[in-house]
Unconditional design. Structure first.
Length: 571
């Protein structure tokens, strides 16, 4: 049957039965999540190496596209902490033009993943790899914010993780106490705000995020210190960036084959990271609202968002778990809430953006330190390191340290290769090969026709081997090792395949080699209990001609009878 394109945006199904009550819930949720997204968009933009307005533009354009074309009812999209390191690295190496091209390519890759129906496969990337690079990203984000958090005076911050911390230690005497105080107090406000709002019964203010409260308070404090105490050492956004509230026009960058080839690696990293994070966010949201997202549509929506965002000057975007949960907790139930969130950000951008110049850099660093702590998942990391098999722990630690010491591109490439190798190893381990000695137990045996017999005796000069599981890579080698262990040359070798659900080309190659080697040694191979699917594959590969049709039997008793005939004729 021909497969059709799996693209069914949730927005289209949501508006069919939309009513005023649902709209009011979505309106409130959209306004709140828009306010929550504001400080994060600014912080993520600056931390990624771009101007603050580019972070907000990303949240507006990508957030709107994800809500319109995505496969989740409640997904909120925009810039996220996971992209900070990769975006910063691309800008340092390729410039803003390179980031634009890489993001566009990533958008195309995401659309291809959705069109090829690979949405469900992305979710099978091993959990240790996801935890490893997520924790690594968190540590890296924290390390990039130390300078601004403490107001250090430094000529430049090295990009290398170890060199960065050496530079921090070397410049420990250059800390600005006022900036450090602003940064640390910001972290404390964010941490204690939810508890304070509950204890003080501040119901109208409960929905305000701690990050926004910290930014408002510390911006006012910094202005008062500058105005009345003459404290001018607290650096603000306006000291480092020129703020613009004008919407940029759509610009498509010039593309060349050389540029595209050089940016394939970063683009794949953006696409894979965006796919993992967005589908993880959608899955978490499903568990809360009792819905099922369409993973392929979600990937196509994410792809459209990452094509639209750079055209308007934005950076990569994906589904954001924290903002999605804020949307759900405040009543959002359809993509309309995500659209309203984008509109709220647009209004703030147009009318209030100039005020962002007064926000202290130390305060934004404090926001990102809290984000990094939330991303770290240190409890899951420690639990996995203590309880999981050594192979999983090794993958976890390698991915973690590769993310920190090298970069996210290397970690993701390693993670994908490691995922494939782990899958191959564990699939190979599911196949068992063993020799059956003397007698065959017929209890609960499906491929026999021996009446009331409880066992069958194996005739002299006959060896019986049983394969339990798929016959593919690894199984053939194990089979050869088992045969070599016995070191004797029988007259007939029976291979029971009743528990072989399928055989691949590697298994076919190994099986054919074993049959030909056995024939050269004067050993007849008899296959027993071959299921219809495997039998069809053997027929297409001419095993009837290789072994003889009489040597491919449906049941073990028939195979033993055939073996007895062969042994008897050779006496």
């Amino acid at each position: 049957m021909k497969k059709t394109l799996d693209f069914k945006p949730k927005f289209l199904s949501a508006i069919k039965h939309y009513d005023k009550k649902t709209f009011m819930s979505d309106l409130m949720a959209g306004i709140i999540v828009g306010i929550v997204a504001l400080p994060l968009a600014i912080a993520f933009g600056i931390a990624s190496g771009v101007s603050p307005e580019k972070g907000i533009i990303t949240a507006i354009v990508a957030g709107l596209a994800i809500s319109l074309f995505g496969g989740s009812k409640v997904q909120i999209g925009g810039p996220t902490g996971a992209f900070i390191i990769i975006v910063y690295g691309i800008i340092q190496q390729y410039g803003m033009q390179g980031l634009t091209v890489a993001t566009l390519m990533a958008g195309v890759f995401l659309i291809l993943l959705g069109v090829l129906r690979l949405g469900t496969i992305i979710k099978y990337i091993p959990y240790p790899i996801v935890v490893g690079f997520t924790s690594g990203i968190a540590v890296t984000i924290f390390s990039t914010q130390v300078k601004d958090l403490l107001g250090m005076t430094m000529d430049s911050v090295p990009s290398d993780f170890i060199e960065k911390w050496v530079a921090y230690i070397y410049n420990i005497g250059n800390i600005d106490c006022w900036s450090a105080l602003v940064g640390i107090v910001s972290v404390l406000i964010i941490a204690v705000w939810p508890m304070m709002a509950r204890k003080l019964h501040l119901s109208p203010l409960r929905s305000l995020p701690g990050s926004l409260v910290a930014i408002i308070i510390m911006t006012v404090v910094a202005l008062l210190l500058k105005q009345y105490a003459g404290i001018t050492t607290i650096e603000t956004i306006g000291d480092r960036f020129s703020i613009s509230s004008q919407l940029p026009g759509a610009v498509v960058p010039e593309l060349s084959w050389e540029v595209i080839k050089g940016l394939v690696g970063p683009a794949v990293t953006i696409a894979v990271l965006g796919a993992i994070e967005s589908l993880l966010s959608a899955t978490v949201a499903d568990g809360v609202i009792g819905d099922h997202h369409n993973s392929n549509t979600e990937l196509i929506g994410q792809g459209i968002a990452n094509i639209a965002s750079p055209i308007f000057g934005g950076i990569p975007a994906t589904g954001a778990i924290a903002r999605t949960m804020t949307n759900i907790n405040n009543g959002g139930r359809t993509p309309i809430a995500g659209i309203i969130h984008a509109v709220v950000l647009l209004l703030i951008f147009l009318f209030l953006m100039p005020l962002a110049q007064y926000i202290p850099m130390a305060c934004l660093a404090g926001v990102l330190v809290v984000v990094a702590y939330g991303m770290s998942g240190w409890r899951s990391f420690l639990a996995m390191a203590r309880r999981n098999p050594k192979s999983d722990v090794t993958v976890l630690l390698l991915t973690f340290f590769l993310t920190i010491i090298f970069d996210l591109t290397v970690a993701i490439e390693f993670g994908l290769i490691c995922a494939c190798l782990l899958f191959m190893r564990r699939m190979a381990e599911t196949t068992e090969v063993h020799a059956v000695l003397n007698e065959i137990d017929l209890n609960e045996d499906a491929d026999m026709q021996a009446g009331n017999l409880e066992h069958l005796t194996i005739p002299e000069g006959v060896e019986v081997y049983e394969i339990n599981g798929p016959y593919f890579f690894g199984a053939g080698t194990r089979f050869e090792d088992i045969m070599a262990r016995y070191g004797r040359r029988p007259k007939v070798r029976i291979i029971r395949m009743r528990k072989v659900p399928f055989i691949d080309s590697t298994g076919l190659h190994n099986l054919e080699n074993m049959c030909r080697m056995s024939q050269k040694e004067g050993v007849t191979v008899v296959l027993s209990g071959v299921n219809p699917k495997v039998d069809a594959v053997l027929k297409r590969n001419n095993f009837q001609q290789l072994l003889g049709e009489e040597n491919i039997c449906n049941h073990i008793d028939l195979a033993l009878t055939r073996a007895s005939e062969i042994v008897g004729s050779e006496k």
